[in-house]
Design a protein. Structure first.
Length: 95
């Protein structure tokens, strides 16, 4: 299972985009109800155990920053800690 999230809008906290929505990319990585109509096989599971990546644009720095890990996104304490400190008008995440 792969998911791609792209946000382009007003400046928001990273946590508001990847953690807080009812159908957030975090919840999609582990909740069966967010993977409807998937035929079960060994290549396609409800639980995403693979790594992830997040990127965000900081307008003042005129630079794009990336955080990635081989851990599952729902099990990464560093992302959880920094997501409440980072604001951006452009956010990209992939699981």
């Amino acid at each position: 299972m792969c998911r791609l999230l792209i946000y382009f809008g007003k400046q928001v906290y990273l946590s508001d985009i990847i953690y807080k929505p009812p159908h957030s990319i975090i919840k999609q990585s582990y909740t069966k109800s967010y993977t409807p109509d998937i035929i079960k096989n060994k290549m396609n599971s409800d639980l995403n155990l693979d790594g992830f990546g997040c990127g965000w644009w900081i307008p003042d720095k005129k630079n794009f920053f990336i955080y990635k890990s081989l851990k599952p996104i729902w099990n990464d304490n560093i992302l959880h800690a920094i997501a409440n400190s980072i604001t951006s008008p452009i956010i990209i995440a992939h699981i």
